[in-house]
Design a protein around this ligand. Structure first.
Ligand code: PD2
Ligand code: ZN
Length: 228
């Protein structure tokens, strides 16, 4: 399969996320604030409590290391000037908070926990950014093979905003001219793989440089198949 280059060839399918302004999950009622259908983007408020956000930052902050990107030739992980944050991962089920979040995410997305990668935490300091990129793996590149062999292609991303950013740090979608301003406890979902294995080129996105304060997020990527 090739990554499609024109939006015309991506076929949009019904959202996995329930309709309505309020979505009742087993432990929380969350508020939908924005829905876009092409590309599919959903913004939800009240996904995490302030204390959950603080706790997640607290357990991540002592184990950060410089973020990497995938080298498309070798499949290795390399440092890159386009991604200057620091980050860390938690395995699925690693602790009680992670377990609760995994369950909540799987209920919001109506998708199995088993298809999720471990939650990634990122911290951006002033000037740090993640330049526009796709979260799916380009299938024609040799370096993608290792990643695709475990769980298949990524289908969607959920970004959880863990703090308020004084200035900058928006999640940007340059091709559709959209900026999402981080809000503590909110969740931003976007999906980019359909049942025909097409990937949506309109989901090019990035993390704009932080201008003042710090930015903390958690990212959950879902795969097409079970991820071990
Ligand atoms: O920090 C962000 O807003 C951001 C932007 C783009 C995070 C990611 N991508 C990611 O974790 O993939
Ligand atoms: Zn991304």
């Amino acid at each position: 399969m090739e990554t499609n280059l024109s939006n015309e060839s991506y076929s949009y399918e019904p959202s996995r996320i329930a309709p309505g302004n309020l979505i009742q999950l087993s432990d929380r009622l969350v508020n939908v604030r924005l829905r876009l259908s092409r590309p599919e983007i959903v913004l939800v408020d009240g996904f995490m409590t302030d204390s959950e956000c603080n706790e997640l930052i607290g357990i991540a902050q002592h184990k950060l290391s410089p973020s990497t990107v995938v080298d498309l030739q070798s499949g290795g992980k390399i440092l890159h000037e386009g991604r200057t944050s620091e980050g860390t991962y938690f395995h699925r089920n690693e602790n009680t908070l992670i377990q609760q979040l995994e369950l909540r995410i799987s209920e919001l997305l109506n998708f199995p926990i088993e298809n999720g990668e471990g939650i990634q935490i990122l911290r951006y300091k002033i000037g740090e950014e993640y330049r526009p990129h796709f979260d799916f793996f380009p299938e024609q590149e040799p370096g993608s093979a290792t990643y695709l062999s475990q769980g298949g292609q990524r289908i969607s991303t959920l970004i959880l905003y863990l703090n308020e950013v004084e200035d900058g740090g928006e999640t940007i979608f340059p091709d559709i001219h959209l900026s999402v301003i981080p809000r503590k406890g909110s969740a931003l979902y976007f999906s980019y793989l359909n049942s025909l294995n097409q990937t949506d080129p309109l989901t090019l996105h990035g993390g704009a440089p932080v201008k003042s304060g710090e930015k903390w997020i958690a990212t959950k990527w879902m795969r097409k198949n079970e991820y071990k």
